[in-house]
Design a protein around this ligand. Structure first.
Ligand SMILES: NC(=O)c1ccc[n+]([C@@H]2O[C@H](COP(=O)([O-])OP(=O)(O)OC[C@H]3O[C@@H](n4cnc5c(N)ncnc54)[C@H](O)[C@@H]3O)[C@@H](O)[C@H]2O)c1
Ligand SMILES: O=C(O)[C@H](O)COP(=O)(O)O
Length: 392
């Protein structure tokens, strides 16, 4: 039995992916894997017994990746699982930034008496808005969320310009040829009535929109942050709002200064909070975890290489080790000393870490224990697992 510990609200459809004859959920002090959303794992200790952490969602800045990698803990996310939800909320906020319905609705509901319609017609001009059609929008980051926002804005008749110097081939294919790409962030900022940012939080992206960038924006522009707190320098934005340079700041990440500001609209980190996105993310995370725990195969990891090898042999040996020369040689020498034949093998690396998967015929539990001890004796080996093929 393996135990999965959960943090945050995880959709029941995701938990149902774990068959009860193989898994328990939240039953052990020493779980084999964690299934989380925004839980701050920098402040939540997890032991080296944790083989994997799956983040149902996109952002992994809440997980200490360097620490997890060196402990041999594979971290996964669920790319794209909540991208449509974020896109729809960004569209909502673009419309709210254009039509003052947030003020108009309470005004309408306060009207009373027999002449409500007269009062309506007399007062409605206070709430005149503008249209998105023909306005320009700069989309920073053209991944799962940004590429969808760009397409939707274009479908609404907006002039879209994108910026993503690191765009993946997959997302580049998804992006319409009609959407021009800016050569630089400054080029995008100079022409955009709306700017929306969809990049991950990393050290490099901290204050990607800082004082200089905010000052480079168009007069009366609107800035939206549905990526992460810290990517936008809130202090620089507040200064630009006070100076009358920006018209509005819309953010999914409140701070005391933002929530009390008249020219700021804050949503409470709602980007990925729809029933559909929560189910998508939880199911995807559970399936990814099961794949890794049961077959050793790794997909959608943010700290380990992708490794997919059909599990056909009776037994699989997986090793997490440092990415240094002669590891495969040392590992296979030990197997040869036990007269074990290798049916199939794969070795992949990512930066400082490497992963080796070796398929072979069955060996006894005693021999597995001896081999594990000997393999762990190689100083650069971090984790050793034997997996039995239930279908062999
Ligand atoms: N508000 C929410 O609830 C919510 C929901 C989903 C995602 N997010 C946040 O949005 C981020 C993006 O999500 P996603 O699913 O689109 O991720 P993604 O990985 O599919 O896309 C991120 C894109 O940003 C690009 N990028 C990175 N640094 C950049 C930079 N400096 N300039 C321009 N482009 C850059 C990458 O090349 C990539 O294409 C997540 O990391 C997460 O922090 C927030
Ligand atoms: O990075 C993400 O996927 C979003 O910020 C969603 O976070 P949540 O799962 O905590 O709502």
């Amino acid at each position: 039995m393996m135990d999965i510990k959960t943090y945050n609200v995880i959709a029941k459809e995701g938990l149902a992916e774990f068959p009860t004859d193989l898994y328990t959920v939240n039953q052990s002090q020493k779980p084999q894997a964690l299934l989380i959303r925004s839980q701050d794992m920098h402040k939540t200790p997890f032991g080296t017994n944790v083989l994997a952490i799956a983040r149902a969602g996109a952002g992994v800045n809440n997980i200490p990746l360097v620490q997890a990698t060196s402990a041999g803990t594979v971290v996964f996310n669920t790319p794209g699982s909540n991208a449509n939800a974020v896109k729809e909320l960004v569209l909502t906020m673009l419309l709210l930034a254009s039509r003052p319905v947030l003020d108009a609705i309470p005004w309408a509901h306060k009207l009373g008496g027999a002449d409500v319609s007269l009062q309506t017609e007399a007062g409605k001009n206070h709430f005149a808005g503008s249209e998105l059609l023909g306005k320009s929008i700069g989309v920073i980051g053209l991944g799962a969320v940004g590429s969808r926002v760009a397409k939707a804005a274009s479908d609404l008749g907006m002039k879209v310009i994108g910026y993503d110097p690191y765009i993946s081939v997959e997302h580049a294919w998804q992006l319409s040829n009609d959407i021009p790409r800016a050569e630089s962030l400054e080029d995008l900022l100079a022409v955009s009535d709306f700017v929306t940012v969809h990049v991950p939080y990393t050290e490099k992206n901290r204050h990607l929109l800082g004082k200089e960038q905010v000052e480079a924006m168009k007069q009366d522009a609107v800035l939206l942050n549905y990526s992460r707190s810290g990517i936008v320098d809130d202090a620089a934005v507040l200064a630009a709002l006070a100076a009358g340079k920006l018209r509005l700041f819309i953010s999914d990440f409140g701070t005391p200064a933002l929530v009390s500001h008249k020219k700021v609209i804050v949503t409470p980190h709602l980007g990925g909070t729809t029933a559909e996105a929560e189910v998508n993310g939880a199911k995807m995370a559970a399936r990814t975890l099961r794949k890794y725990l049961e077959t050793g195969n790794i997909v959608n990891s943010v700290n380990f290489p992708t490794v997919e090898m059909a599990f056909e042999a009776p037994l699989r040996l997986t090793l997490i080790h440092q990415n240094v020369p002669n590891m495969v040689g040392r590992i296979t020498t030990i197997l040869a000393n036990y007269n074990l034949n290798i049916d199939n093998m794969i070795n992949r690396s990512r930066e400082k870490i490497a992963y080796t998967v070796i398929d072979m015929a069955t060996v006894s539990a005693e021999q597995q224990a001896e081999l594990t001890k000997e393999l762990l004796h190689i100083p650069e080996v971090i984790r050793v697992r034997f997996l039995k093929n239930p279908r062999a």
